[in-house]
Design a protein around this ligand. Structure first.
Ligand code: 5GP
Length: 185
């Protein structure tokens, strides 16, 4: 399971994992956030409204979920279970609160923290995204600081100094005999 502060490049590293290792299965989260330009429903996220998200929670359909910067995000549990039942690892890209829930439910899951090369680099990446208003960016920066402080809770820290290198390191961890990045049941 991959976590790390907003803007560190989790999405980019996971996209690189998909590109270089199409065999790696990546969980598609449900979210109440609106799609960004280029995001495709069912590929990047399952984009749902608040009522549908409530329904998923009520039906115990999420492995974990969290509210993040005003929107809710959660991991649909059935596809993860099916993947693990087939004996293959599952990669989850989630924020800190969700990572803690998975840790509590599946202590054998491996938690990987993606760290920026430096704080200055993280700030410039968050500003550079440019797709969000300043207030949203500031909110994400405050969360990012708290998330950086939590890196000690993770099993492994991967530094995102180079996207291809970080993706390869992540896949190496994922395919290591034991433990994989595999939340059990
Ligand atoms: P973004 O809006 O930038 O796509 O995602 C915001 C944050 O939500 C990121 O830190 C991302 O890792 C996290 N996130 C995405 N999907 C999930 C999920 O299913 N569960 C949790 N807990 N966090 C998620």
């Amino acid at each position: 399971m991959l976590s790390g502060p907003s803007g560190v490049g989790k999405g980019t590293v996971v996209a690189e994992v998909r590109r270089r290792h199409p065999d790696v299965w990546v969980s598609v989260s449900a979210t109440t956030r609106r799609p960004r330009p280029g995001e495709v429903d069912g590929v990047h996220y399952h984009f749902v409204d608040e009522a549908e998200f409530d329904r998923l929670i009520a039906a115990d359909g999420l492995l974990e979920w969290a509210e993040y910067a005003g929107n809710r995000y959660g991991t649909p549990v059935a596809p993860v279970r099916a993947q693990l039942a087939s004996g293959r690892p599952a990669l989850l890209e989630i924020e800190l609160q969700g990572a803690r829930q998975v840790r509590a439910r599946a202590p054998e899951a491996q938690l990987v923290f993606l760290a920026p090369p430096s704080w200055a680099e993280l700030v410039s990446r968050l500003a550079g995204r440019g797709s969000e208003p300043a207030a949203v960016q500031e909110r994400r920066l405050a969360i990012a600081q708290a998330e950086l402080d939590s890196s000690g809770e993770f099993d492994v820290v991967v530094v995102n100094d180079d996207v291809a290198r970080a993706a390869d390191e992540l896949v190496g961890l994922l395919t290591a005999p034991s433990p994989g990045l595999v939340p059990g049941e």
